[in-house]
Design a protein around this ligand. Sequence first.
Ligand SMILES: [Zn+2]
Length: 319
Amino acid sequence: MAQFNNLIQVITHFADEVVATEHLIQMRWNGNITCVHCNHDKIYTLKGATKRFKCAGCRKQFSATKGTIFENSAIPLQKWFAAVYILTSHKKGISSHQLAKDISITQKSAWFVLQRVRFALKSGSFNYTSTDTIQCDETYVGGKEKNRHQGKTDKVERMLSRRAQGLPMKAKAGAAEKTAVFGMIVTGGMVKAEVVQNTTTETLTGIIEKNIQPGITIVTDDYKSYRKLQQNYTHKSVNHSKGQYCKNGFHTNGIENFWSIFKRGIIGIYHQVSDKHLDKYIDEFEFRFNNRKCTEANRFDKMLSLCNTRLTYAQLIAE
Ligand SMILES: [Zn+2]
């Protein structure tokens, strides 16, 4: 199988749509094509310029892209694959404006391509072992400047700055202007983050309990919503308000590093992300971060293997 270590190789190799389709079939089914309608494993390949299959069970036909993010797209796979390569290999991602120019499609199409790829990147898995330490933290992103009263902006900024210093947040009302994101990272391992409606004990503990088994060592800062963690976990907290960043070897540097990469990407590349779509950008940054030790080629193929999920424009807008 071909290995792709740079964008030129991807574009050159997949210039032929037949070659691109074969690669997709390989990544998607790994040699054992199954029916996308009924999962039957006896499949005939039909004759014709574009590869199509027919199921021996339900007799229905389907193409190689049926049921994937590439389905019913007028954009050739060569351009899709270039977009996948760019998005999975550029550390901070790429804006739809830039991608549109780079691969010669409209900005609207580029936006849709990127949203579909992000959708497929949503992994959901979070792996750790019982001896791992998991760092948990929350942060705030975005904010609609134009809808915001100047005084409120300052209030939110003040609150965030107080929060960063570990001081109590008095300006609670202003917090609604920014979107809260909660994240968990295995020290030296993978990260999982999501948008949260608020940062109460109930919300944050709920997510932690859903993802992390009792007894695990969890490190947080001294925010009050984490205080109850000691009931079910070995809870270590770092007292940022007292200028403490490492206590007996425990720290939250991993999750703070992820927030920093994420925020630099959001500010530098995407400028303004609507709350509605923020989760998809988180998935994108998560995928790159969690596969940071893979080669470019492996990351590219890994993404293609995740393409068995189709997001239509209507769903994307409706969400
Ligand atoms: Zn079938």
